[in-house]
Each structure stands twice: as C-alpha cells, then as structure tokens.
Design a protein around this ligand. Sequence first.
Ligand code: CU1
Ligand code: CU1
Ligand code: CU1
Ligand code: CU1
Length: 626
Amino acid sequence: MRSFIHYIAGTAIFITAVSAKLVQRDWEIGWLSRNPDEQFERQVIGINGEWPLPLLECDIHDRIIINVTNKLDEPTSLHFHGIYQNGTAEMDGPVYVTQCPIPAGSNFVYNFTVEQAGTYWYHSHYTSQYPDGLRGLFIIHDSDEPFAGNYDEESYLTVSDWYHDSTAWLSTNKFLTLANPTGAEPIPDYGLQNDTINLKWSVKPNTTYLVRLVNIGALVSQYIWFEDHNITVVEVDGVYVEPYETSMIYITVAQRYTVLLTTLSDTSKNYPFVTSFDLDMLDTDPSFNVNLTGWITYDESGDFPDAQIIDEWDFLDDFYLVPHEKELAWEPDYSITVQVAMINLDNGINYAFFNNITYVAPQVPTLYSVMSSGNDSTDATIYGTNTNTFVLDYLNVVEIVVNNADPGKHPFHLHGHTFQVVERSEASASDDDYITYDASSPGKRQKYPVRRDTVYVRPNGYMVLRFQTDNPGVWLFHCHIEWHLEQGLALVLVEAPLEMQKKLSIPEDHYAACRAGGYSYEGNAAGNIDDLFDLTGEAVQPKDLPAGFTTRGVVAMVFSCISAFVGMGFLSWYGMSDLKTTEREVEEFFGEENSADEETGQTQEIRDQDDIELSASGSDTISETK
Ligand code: CU1
Ligand code: CU1
Ligand code: CU1
Ligand code: CU1
C-alpha cells in the first residue's frame, strides 16, 4: 500500500513536469495612434504594433518569459497583477520597489512560473503610465477548477474609464498642481468595454459562458449588469469562490469577477448589458453618458435596444463571498495600522498619506537595497524615512488595518499575496467623522473570510486584512486608483529579507537596465553603500503646511488668487493654460511663512494626527470657500 501511494505521488509530479510549457513572447512596447471611443484619436501604448493589447494566456504551472524592448520615448515596466511571484519577487515589476525603470531603448526579461489560476491582468507599473493603454488581460487556465464542466464557452469583458490626454500630462498640468488644491481627480473623457464602444457580444442560445469581468481603468469603479440574465460569481481575483448568484457586480479598478452566464433559448431579441460609472468617485459629473451599453447579441440583424433605467444599485457585496478553499480567519502575529488621509503640503499640492507619510520613491529599488545590505536588511531604517516600509518576519500572519479618514472609496491592492478580508465597516454616517477599527470589539465577520488581492474601503470607514508571509519579497500595498498612487498612497512590505537574500537572484539584465538609465542599485534608500544608516540625500516629501494653515486655507488662497485674475478679465477658470502666476504668488506666500525651515533643510517632524484638518474633497469645499 505504501509503495502504491508513493507510485501515485511520483506519477503526479512527473505529469506536472511534462505538462508545464513555456510561453515565450518578444514584446516591443511603443506608441500607436488609436480612437477607441470614436471621439478622439490619441497616442496609446501598444505591444508589437497591437492595441488593444495581446491576451496573455497560459495554463497553471507554465513558465512565462517575456522579453520586453522599450521603444517608447520614456521608461516603462510590466507588473503581472495578482501573480504571487513566489521565489521570483524580482519579476514583480513596480519601479523603485523590485526593479529600476526600463529606460527607453533598453531590454528587460520577465521570467517566472505561475502556480495559480484564474483571471489576472498585466500593466505598466512606471508612474502613472498604464491608463495610456499599457494594460491587458492575463488568463491562467486550470483543468482542476471547481466549476470545470459547468460551462461551454469562455469570454471576457474589460471595462475602463478613458482619458483623451496622457496621464503624465494630466498629472503635471491638471492634477498635482496648485490649481487643484482639493486633489480632485481628472474626470475621464469616456468609458470603454473591451477597449471599444457599442460592443456586440455574439452568443449562442442555451449556452453557459464563463465570463471574466475585469476593471482595467485608472479611477472609477463600475456597476455591471446584463438585462434579463443573472450571473453566478465563481472566482474573484484568482480565488475560487462558492457559486453566488447575483444580478449586478460592483467592480473597482484592478478587481476581477469571473461569472457563469447562461444564455436564453429565445434568439429573437438582443439584450443590453451596461457598465456604469460610480459617480460618487468623481468630483463633477462627466458630460457624457456614463452608462455604457453593449449587447448580448442573439441576432446580428435584430434591434439593439436602449438599456432600461434601473432604480437601485442592488449589487453583490464581495464581503459575503466564501472561498472554495475554506479557512477560518488567521490569527495575526503582527498588526500594522494605517490611517488614510489626503492633505496639502507646503507647496500647496494635495497628497495622500498613510500615517502622515506620503510615499516618495527611494533612489535605490527597495529589493536591491535588501540584496545589498546583509543583516542590516532587517532594519526598516535603511529603506528610507519616506517609503513607509515595514519589515516582516517569515511565516507569520500579518494584519493590515486600514482606517480611512477620507470621504473617498479606495481600492487597496497588495502585491505578492491574496489577503483575507476579515472586517469591513460601513461608510461613516458623517463626512466629518471616521470609524476606526477596535480590536477589542470586533465588527461583523464571516466564518470563512473572502480572499482576494484588491478590496475597497468605504468612505470614512475601516477594513481589516490578513495574509501569510510565506513569500519572501518586497511587496507594495497601495491604492489602485492611479491618481492616488501618484499622490503617494502606498507602503512597502519587506517580507523575510534574509530569506530573500538566500532564495532570490537578480538577473544581470535587470541591473543593466539600472546602469543604462543611470539609476543606483546598491545600498540604502539614498544610494549610500558605505553607511547604510546614513540617509543623507534621500528623497523626502515636501514640508508640512505652516502651523495654523489648513487645506481649507490653501483652497481659499488659490481660489481668491484665481478670482482676482478672473475679476481683472485676464483669465477664465477653464481657459487658463498657465497658472504660473498664481503658483508663484502662493509659493511666495508659503515661502515667506516657511523660510526658517528651508534654511535648516531638515525633514519636518510628523505632527499628531489630531492637528490635521482633512481635505474634504469635492465641490463642497470649493463652494464654501469661493
Ligand atoms: Cu499587483
Ligand atoms: Cu495592478
Ligand atoms: Cu485611493
Ligand atoms: Cu501595484
């Protein structure tokens, strides 16, 4: 009997070894011209002259090798969202975290195996680049999936917001500027379904489809529904779940819902499906119809009716999904509590914070600091004062408590892991007050908490996430709203650094990319090799606002400057192409208040949380201070 078991096990390993295959691609990343919303032709980032981007598809256990050539006129990188990269953390992709930016003209090879299955995506992780089009689907098949045999066909539906200007331009000119003191995110110009509009999804009657719903947008969560067709959720973010029937999905950027949809027997009608922006996430309503309609198409020559008006948002709450592999909530060995806030610093710009630190990228990618720092790698100090780095022990359960002291919804994503969503509060009833987690009086919990890699915290609410540190690597935890990541809403987890040093090796072409771009790749966050605890020259956030000067004050200041100009008839709010004069005035104002600090050149100490007046994002603040 013993030898029989041994024989079976050996066979299984052998079968795995032969069935795994190599999926190799040469990808030239470059600019193309496209007009996906039929409103505006713009430059998008394509691969090998293709956009929409190629579908990356493989089977579980396969090896993926992607040889990237950067043909852009700017750096780039690729991240494979949701892939654990266990043993290959150096292939994860976020710049200054696990690699240097890939300079224009350089090559870089991503090489890893996938020991997981389901619906993923790949995207640039260089500054705010992915909404310019560098984002595509990554599907990993698994013949052992629990719903195997329950469907006939496969399909996918990506949704996204879409901008006509490049995100880099928007960021510099519209978003991170003094003219935008409330941090209002740029309003998208349109929405896309499968990177197009008026999508007709041709279906066969009486057929069950496995449909992968993916939000590859930059900012906006979307509601998705299929008229007269219910859907059954079977997977979220690569985690199989007990089938859950619903009529509507709410999907934040970066999330995935895989659903079963059975078509009708009657082929005489076509049915709208709608992907609809969550308008709560926009400071002003867009001028286009945010309910984008496509059609379940039974009859190509038939009518394509308008979508019906719905009267409520009756969508699935992912908190109640139950993983197929049921596990009780893991008991934490270590807990990290972070408070989310959006605050102006003394340059008048609105930043996003975890515990009063807005992430500022180090000079040396944090993984390379780990690899070049020996036993000092276990001391978070060397990773810089502005990177929000936490060093985690190997094989622990770590809890992240997110207390959202901001009236916005934030979809947080953890690299390298899925986490259990142990608690998630409702939104606070008041914008002026936020709810914090109290471990001594737990809120509503599920016996088998859902696991996924991206989940949103409600306005002024909290959530409790737990994961296992079984994956040595440097992992970013951040808001996946690209604008909020630009504002610094990120922290870094250095998971089991001594294990990393034993298990990881950085390929030579990764260091070559650093050399080609003139980036440092050794030493601490400041690139200091001799004394790892000397952070002289590290990148830090701008100074705090002068004492007593609040976000509201910045808003008032900026708007009074602007209205002064408008009053003089020189400028109008929407027509302004250059706010340099306003910026100079405000800078001079702040500069005078702040000159003493500037002379010392020291990083200002972090203030008590109570001192911070939170920015009330949105039009309310603006109208109050006009
Ligand atoms: Cu990711
Ligand atoms: Cu992502
Ligand atoms: Cu956010
Ligand atoms: Cu990320």
